[in-house]
Design a protein around this ligand. Structure first.
Ligand code: PNW
Length: 491
């Protein structure tokens, strides 16, 4: 054949793990079924409905509690190697503590896991995806220094009950969204809105809880269960607006504020908080009249306890920003982590918008984030645990922009692999449409559309599902592949 006409085919490794992801509150429904306890998202949806864009709740959501077999069927249609889902802590422990185990909740997850394993689909289980038992929130939640102990008890129970079959564990999904949005801000449950110290104290207790659970796994379960345990951090890319020294430094500060404060204590050789953040917050706190730094320091013992507590780095990646030391800055009337770093962010209008204000299509986004993490943290094993594109509910099933996004992101992942990044898997967000937190059902991320008006919560494959299926099957991104029709099947 003519060489010039040959398509240059780049392959994902044959042992690369392709999957899709969801989280409990966003899909399960059954909010009080069979003994489940109330979570902080049940509380928000039931009492602060005005804070949800379409005044909706996750009470039923995609009703995965009753439809899990259909969900597994969709995984088989797509040919997935893995499926990432989360356990609802309050479904298993209604009051949050191990004094009261809800066996019906354990059974639900056993059924889901067993149904997946029938078809060789690996469970990738997130222990915590934002739905804290309300009874623990009543005691301060992540702000209570007992939090790491409550969490360790819960994690141990999960390892005991599911670890014979679950070999991939994620302790927390997105510390930034838990701490910065939920405790620092108002945009996620439990809406504490304590901007000066909420993010930092939540962050410290979360990191200690992660380390405790990891060490429990390594000591008591890994020797017999042989699985892996890591954490998922949202790592969007923050690059410098210009190549000036000031903008380079500003970008580094913003990266530390967004995800470095959670990654550095666990993945860095030095341990503890990023040193620039420690210095800035200590200095500003004193200037602001606080008696001590708003950032609680780690003791040396805690630093050592936390360092190296990972088998892999889970990355949720969606988009990029450009950072400037002097341009695009906003006022910060009250102390907060963004006031502490005080830089400007910008996005060129050419970066295509999605249905979500925070999500735009940025060039080389996955590559930039992963190669940076590789260099900074000595190339641990990585999984992309979320990546995807949102559209409005009325958008057609032929979701061409989402397809452009997935192909670009996966090509960027291949670029990263070629640059040496130890990337072992990729989870699309999301398997199906779900409850998008305070955006309710106004934003759709699914490879499958869900009809939330129907009793059955009918699921229908979008065109992107066919494209993803072909990539999973061939390990190749064919830019010209078109499905013959829109009828889904199991190979
Ligand atoms: C993730 N950002 O949140 C969550 O893990 C999912 O539960 C959620 O449904 C999904 O992304 C889509 O929103 C994020 O600002 C929220 O870059 C915000 C950002 C990233 C992830």
């Amino acid at each position: 054949g003519c060489l010039a006409q040959q398509k240059q085919e780049r392959h994902f490794p044959s042992d690369f793990i392709f999957g899709a992801a969801t989280s409990a509150y966003q899909v399960e429904g059954g909010w009080n079924a069979d003994g489940k306890g109330e979570s902080i998202w049940d509380r928000l949806a039931h009492t602060k409905i005005q804070d949800v864009l379409d005044q909706s709740t996750g009470d039923i959501a995609a009703d995965t509690y009753n439809n899990y077999k259909r969900d597994v069927e969709m995984m088989r249609e797509l040919g997935l190697d893995a499926y990432r889902f989360s356990l609802a802590w309050s479904r298993i422990l209604p009051d949050g503590t191990i004094n009261n185990i809800n066996e019906a909740g354990v059974t639900f997850y056993n059924n889901l896991i067993d149904e997946m394993l029938k078809y060789n689909i690996k469970p990738l289980v997130t222990l915590y995806h934002w739905d804290l038992p309300q009874k623990l929130q009543d005691l301060g939640g992540f702000m209570n220094p007992l939090f790491p102990e409550w969490y360790e008890d819960y994690a141990r129970l999960a390892f005991e009950r599911f670890g014979d079959r679950v070999k991939l564990w994620i302790t927390f999904n997105e510390p930034r969204e838990i701490c910065y949005e939920g405790y620092g801000g108002y945009t996620k449950a439990p809406q504490v809105n304590r901007t000066d110290i909420g993010t930092y104290h939540c962050g410290k207790n979360l990191i200690l809880a992660h380390a405790k659970a990891y060490r429990t796994y390594v000591t008591h379960f890994k020797p017999t269960q042989n699985g892996e345990c890591g954490i998922t951090i949202s790592v969007n890319w923050f690059g410098p607006l210009t190549d000036s020294k000031e903008d380079e430094y500003a970008a580094e500060l913003r990266r530390q504020a967004e995800w470095g404060i959670y990654a550095e204590p666990i993945f860095s050789e030095e341990g503890g908080w990023p040193k620039e953040i420690s210095e800035i917050v200590a200095k500003k706190s004193i200037e602001q009249g606080y008696k001590t730094s708003r950032l609680p320091e780690f003791t040396n013992e805690e630093k050592k306890f936390v360092q190296g507590t990972y088998d892999f780095f889970g990355v949720n990646h969606y988009s990029s920003y450009l950072v400037s030391a002097n341009e695009h800055k906003v006022d910060h009337p009250v102390p907060s982590i963004l006031a502490d770093v005080d830089v400007g962010v910008y996005r060129p209008p050419a970066w295509m918008p999605s249905a979500s204000t925070w999500l735009v299509m940025a060039p080389n986004s996955v590559y930039n984030a992963l190669t940076h993490l590789m260099r900074k943290y000595n190339n641990p094993p990585f999984y992309i645990t979320e990546n995807g594109w949102s559209e409005h509910p009325e958008a057609p099933l032929i979701d061409n922009v989402r397809i452009i996004y997935y192909r670009a992101a996966l090509n960027s992942a291949l670029d990263a692999i070629e640059a040496g990044v130890n990337l072992k898997g990729y989870m699309a967000w999301s398997l199906l449409d779900n409850y998008e937190w305070t955006e309710g059902y106004t934003i759709r991320f699914g490879l499958y559309q869900v009809d939330f008006e129907s009793e059955q919560r009918t699921r229908t494959a979008r065109k992107s599902a066919f494209i993803y299926k072909q990539i999973v099957k061939t390990r190749v991104i064919d830019p010209d592949y078109e499905p013959d029709n829109m009828t889904m099947w199991i190979d």
